[in-house]
Design a protein around this ligand. Structure first.
Ligand code: AHG
Ligand code: MN
Ligand code: MN
Length: 336
């Protein structure tokens, strides 16, 4: 048996050969994201000490200078992408507008990156896992010029790569360039992400469902009926409240993750660009399905706004087919 460790960098370089057109830019970009993930990981692990140390390690008795971890993660990701020269524009959940990046050493970059720097922010203070989500697109505007909003408003089907990092009991980076999904676990003793989950395939079905059941009364009838069905079938409810973690579990154990519309969030809560598209891309690449709660394929939605929200249901293919049946049967509005 070959037990040789394969690092993320090594793997990315090997895979570059899969793309005849690849010039190494995408490879560089994925590596930059890996570096940013290690920096964010370091701070996430020290989060409990932030009140005494401050995020920069200097003493902070008053706590005034303490930066919020989501803003910190945002800055680190932006810094890493800015300095690399492989990325010409960024859109982040934490920034109202997209950011156009200048050329580095007169290289004109052709990729834009969208990300949610810290997902599950309500869980930071209580030592529960959080994540980072990213997506990479080829720019549509001319190289060498400033990026435009249309570069970011691309359908998920146009993603060149997407992935997430989960800062959990271990820190794991999962990504896909459209040829399957692979996972890398950070070995803290050597500071490297090492290939640990090769060619991830989601189970066809599963016995968990993941939804904020506290909002049950606010969901549409068809979703309530489907949740009742999951409960009738004695399926286990699992809900962490960090999308990355809930979907990571779904990817390995199967089942379904849902965030339907509620009165508070009539279009759903989760963001199409930064959260739903990258996670849908990963799940589809692993053999799963991802759709809105009114049964539109997430990756085919036409984005109209950088911070657009959509409803989402994703997971095991057979479970999603089952949900589809319930939605069609009980929906009060004609879907087809
Ligand atoms: P973020 O921390 O990036 O704002 O995202 C939080 C999201 C997502 O991770 C999670 O699935 C969802 O919010 C939880 O929302 P509820 O608390 O409404 O269930
Ligand atoms: Mn999020
Ligand atoms: Mn966030």
């Amino acid at each position: 048996m070959n037990n040789r460790i394969i690092t993320l960098d090594e793997f990315i370089i090997k895979r570059q050969k899969d793309f005849s057109y690849a010039t190494g830019e995408l490879t560089g970009l994925l590596r930059d994201i890996g570096v940013a993930a290690k920096i964010v990981n370091r701070e996430v692990n020290r989060a409990g000490l932030v009140n005494i140390l401050g995020v920069d390690g200097s003493e902070n008795i008053s706590g005034d200078e303490v930066k919020k971890l989501d803003m910190y993660a945002n800055e680190k990701l932006i810094d890493c992408l800015k300095n690399s020269g492989e990325c010409c524009g960024i859109a982040s959940e934490e920034n109202e507008n997209y950011i156009s990046l200048p050329n580095v050493e007169s290289k004109s970059a052709k990729y834009v990156v969208v990300f949610d720097p810290l997902d599950g922010s309500s869980n930071i203070d209580v030592n529960v896992s959080v994540g980072t989500i990213f997506g990479i697109y080829r720019r549509l505007s001319n190289e060498g010029e400033e990026v435009q909003v249309q570069d970011f408003l691309q359908k998920g089907t146009e993603l060149v790569a997407a992935g997430y990092v989960i800062y959990g009991t271990s820190t794991i980076l999962v990504y896909s360039t459209g040829r399957g999904v692979n996972g890398f676990t950070l070995d803290p003793s050597i500071g490297e992400f090492c290939l640990s989950h090769r060619d991830i395939i989601i189970p066809e079905t599963g016995s968990y469902y993941s939804v904020n059941q506290g909002y049950y009364q606010k969901f549409d009838l068809e979703i309530r009926r489907y949740i009742d069905h999951c409960s009738d079938e004695n399926r286990g409810l699992r809900y962490i409240g960090t999308m990355v973690s809930d979907i990571h579990r779904t990817l390995f154990h199967g089942g379904i993750f849902l965030y339907p519309n509620t009165r508070k969030y009539p279009d759903g809560k989760l963001r199409l660009l930064y959260e739903c598209n990258p996670m849908a891309f990963i799940v589809e690449q692993a053999g799963g399905k991802a759709m809105t709660c009114d049964l539109k394929r997430i990756l085919e939605l036409e984005p109209t706004d950088l911070h657009q929200r959509v409803t989402i249901a994703l997971g095991s293919p057979l479970i999603l087919d089952e949900m589809k049946t319930f939605v069609k049967r009980y929906s009060t509005q004609a879907i087809f």
